[in-house]
Ligand binder design. Structure first.
Ligand code: NAD
Ligand code: ZN
Length: 358
């Protein structure tokens, strides 16, 4: 069992990480000041696998759970689906102390978190993330949102959970490509904050890809610790939190050019991390050995390095439109070494062009 405590200015909560812990969520909730009615939100893929065990654990602890199932995929991160969740919450009479529980990947976490933040101006929110990406990234940090037809994540709130429960065994059923997408964010944490963790990933990549529970627990705990530490220092992304965007500048451009379909988010971030590493060494911010190590780990995790056929001009067009652009300058997160990054706007288009055309 690993526990990560997240200490924010006005709120603290615990992330519990243990094999099989999904059947103990009710126990963990028992001593919290909650009403008995609880709404579990999940998707059609996750519901048949894990909603039974979660609902049973809540019932055994004296709660009255209802499971709301929405279609899987990004299209459920919408105001229309949020409205269905609100309707369910109102019709079952959830009050200010009734928990909303997200059981699923980042889509379910972001959607349910948004509803929990706004229903009755905020009700207790609990995350039971079931993708690696959600376990290491989206369930920690308090960003919730739904999409608008004109853009992703445009409608949302910062809203922290009361409790996060992570069971690495649920990853057994996760499709291979989704696992690897999560591993891109895992590699990112090593690069931005922790050389020893990066080294651990190199030494244990096969165990991790084989989903061995001990290695998964180590990986998930370390990532949650790093994200929690960064978020604690900068809850609302004014400065330090930007380092979590390492690989995301080019990554978002790759997602955009591919119409959010050819590469998934993690694959696009892998391509973006490789690009950022090359950019860092070409600007002499880091050694070529450091950037080569990043390239090697990305490949080792079965992730792509480049997006063949993607035009440099088109990618540059997307870079300029990224929402992290301030005063028409791109905020680049670049490597100084493995485990250390810096944020700079001082990058010429020629350098970026040279990297993107490789
Ligand atoms: P997802 O929620 O769509 O899940 C991916 C797929 O895996 C879905 O089809 C889902 O049904 C399935 N699935 C989930 N768990 C499973 C399991 N254990 N076994 C079998 N199948 C399972 O995608 P995701 O990658 O988890 O999340 C992506 C979303 O997260 C995006 O909307 C992104 O914007 C958001 N996100 C949010 C933050 C944040 O800080 N809030 C950070 C990163 C990403
Ligand atoms: Zn990401």
């Amino acid at each position: 069992m690993a526990e990560v405590r997240v200490n924010l200015a006005n709120h603290s909560y615990t992330i519990h990480i243990m094999a099989g812990i999904i059947s103990q969520v009710g126990q963990l909730m028992k001593d919290m000041p909650l009403s008995r009615k609880a709404l579990i939100v999940t998707d059609e893929n996750v519901a048949p696998l894990y909603s039974g065990v979660l609902a049973d654990s809540l019932a055994a602890a004296g709660f009255l759970p209802f499971v709301l199932v929405v279609p899987p995929g990004e299209s459920s991160k919408s105001l229309a689906t949020a409205d269905k969740v609100f309707t369910q919450a109102i019709s079952m009479g959830l009050d200010r102390k009734s928990p909303i529980i997200a059981l699923g990947g980042g889509v379910i976490g972001d959607l349910s978190g948004f509803v929990a933040a706004t229903y009755l101006r905020g009700v207790p929110f609990i995350q039971v993330p079931t993708t690696l990406l959600a376990q290491v990234d989206s369930s920690v940090g308090g960003k919730t949102a739904v999409n608008h037809p004109l853009g992703k994540n445009l409608i949302g709130a910062f809203y922290q959970p009361q409790l996060v429960v992570i069971d690495p065994l649920v990853l057994d059923t996760l499709p291979e490509r989704e696992l690897k997408a999560g591993l891109a964010e895992v590699v990112k944490y090593g690069v931005i904050a922790d050389y020893d963790f990066f080294d651990y990933l190199i030494r244990h990549q096969e165990d991790i890809l084989a989903r061995r529970p001990d290695e998964l627990i180590e990986v998930i705990s370390r990532c949650c610790q790093i994200k929690a530490a960064v978020v604690a220092q900068d809850e609302r992304e004014t400065s330090l939190r930007m380092i979590l965007n390492f690989g995301h500048t080019i990554g978002h451009a790759v997602e955009g050019v591919g119409g959010y379909s050819e590469y998934n988010h993690g694959e696009a971030v892998a391509i973006g991390m490789h690009g950022a590493a090359l950019l860092s060494s070409s600007l002499h911010l880091c050694s070529t050995a450091a950037s080569a190590a990043v390239k090697q780990l990305i490949t080792g995790m079965g992730l792509p390095l480049t997006a063949p056929g993607y035009g440099t001009d088109e990618l540059l067009g997307y870079l300029a439109r990224d929402k992290k652009v301030v005063d028409s300058k791109v905020n680049w997160v670049l490597m100084q070494d493995v485990g250390r990054v810096t944020i700079t706007q001082d990058v010429s288009e020629e350098h970026v062009r040279a990297v993107l055309s490789q």
